[in-house]
Design a protein around this ligand. Structure first.
Ligand code: PLP
Length: 393
């Protein structure tokens, strides 16, 4: 099946749903059994991740539909749903390490992941090192005998470096370390990290999978080799995902391919227009031929989503605020991946520790939504006039 068909069909089970297209929302905690023998037989299977009704926290058909759909799209042995994207990143790490281990995290990684590593994990005796997202095969020099996991985010959701996952995976596996990739920017429609050699693929489903800015959810898809550690952690931590958020995400997933195609078309149009603007120093968008990550993106990805960075020649916090505060279509808010366009100041400098970010800040981060791109360009054009007016002559 081609991807566009897979997105529609994946996880769908006529047997399970009795002909109803969308799996109903099961609100469940208690599942009752007819006999003690049935309970004794069923519960261990549920604990083991089998898709049987054993207890609400282990999942219901509502969850299985989405889990199976994501696994079909992303590859791998199975998918574990998590209560948020941050929870998915945390699970990938916590489920892969023990005290005394060392983790390598890309300097481009989403900030809360760094907080987990520098806080709780450190307290529990796990050491973290940060590496240049562009290290590629050079990661080998940073791997130690106790390195258990290399964590990647590709492209970085603020700085947009595209990572050489096959090279990183080759080096990591030679040292016995696993590789996890936060694949939220591309979604499994535009990139399959497990096919590139990663062991764990992470999605903040809150973004494109859901796509409508009304659910918070995450997903971790893993190979059979990486899955047992993740299952152990998810049971110990007691993660459970509310069925309404799961339903909304499955519903959103069915239009993921068409939404992403339009995000990509709009984003490319805006990126090319932004490159012509005198205020813009550089557009951080790997689909642009001049982007430093373009060659790897072209090799490993099947498309580009709607999220990009914009570096400015002249900037100040007040001028960027003047630009953003007056936007009519680009809304100011956290998260991205919904149908709507968003804009926010971007200032990654203070987060980086391995490779300093030397660009002038703040820049902009845009999520290009599904509106008419000409309307979005007009909104940005007025915004650039406000930016210029707020900068010293
Ligand atoms: C790349 C990336 N990963 C993970 C997350 C976390 O997702 P959530 O907000 O669902 O916890 C985000 C959120 O912005 C993100 O941008």
């Amino acid at each position: 099946m081609k991807k566009d068909t897979k997105v529609i069909r994946a996880g769908h089970s006529k047997k399970r749903n009795g002909g109803v297209v969308n799996t109903p929302v099961y609100h469940a905690s208690t599942v009752v059994f007819d006999t003690v023998a049935e309970m004794r037989e069923t519960v261990p299977r549920g604990l083991n991740g089998e898709k049987v009704l054993a207890y609400g926290r282990f999942g219901t058909p509502t969850h299985w539909t989405l889990e199976e759909a994501i696994t079909e799209l992303a590859g791998g042995a199975d998918t574990i749903l998590t209560p948020s994207g941050v929870a998915a990143c945390a699970l990938a790490i916590v489920g892969s390490v023990k005290a005394g281990d060392h983790v390598l995290v890309s300097d481009s990684a989403y900030e809360p992941t760094r907080k987990l590593c520098d806080g709780l994990l450190k307290d529990f005796g796990v050491e973290t090192g940060y590496y240049d997202p562009c290290a590629g095969a050079g990661i080998a020099a940073l791997l130690r005998p106790n390195t258990a996991l290399v964590f990647c985010e590709s492209p970085g959701s603020h700085t947009f470096e595209v990572q050489d996952i096959p090279a990183i995976a080759k080096a990591a596996h030679a040292h016995g370390a696993k590789v996890a990739v936060d694949n939220t920017w591309a979604s499994p429609v535009f990139c399959r990290p497990l096919d590139l050699g990663a062991d764990i693929s992470i999605e903040a489903g809150t973004k494109y999978l859901c796509g409508h800015s009304d659910a918070v959810i995450g997903a971790v898809t893993a190979t059979a080799h990486a899955l047992p550690g993740l299952r152990r952690a998810v049971l110990a931590l007691g993660y459970a995902v509310g069925p309404d958020d799961v339903f909304l995400t499955t519903r959103g997933l069915r239009t993921l391919a068409v939404r992403l195609a339009r995000h990509q078309e709009n984003a490319m149009k805006l990126a090319l227009w932004l490159q012509t603007r005198p205020e813009v120093k550089r557009v951080l968008y790997p689909a642009l031929p001049g982007d430093p990550g373009h060659a790897i993106w072209k090799r490993d990805f099947q498309g580009a989503s709607g999220l990009m960075g914009v570096l400015l020649h002249r900037t100040s916090p007040a001028a960027v605020a003047a630009m953003i505060d007056g936007m009519k279509l680009f809304a100011l808010g956290f998260s991205w991946g919904g149908f709507e366009s968003l804009i926010a100041p971007s200032a990654p400098k203070t987060i980086r520790t391995a490779v300093p970010w030397t660009e002038s800040e703040p820049g902009l981060r845009l999520h290009v939504g599904l509106e008419d791109p000409d309307d979005l360009i007009a909104d940005l054009e007025r915004g650039f006039a406000r930016l210029a007016a707020a900068l010293p002559a």
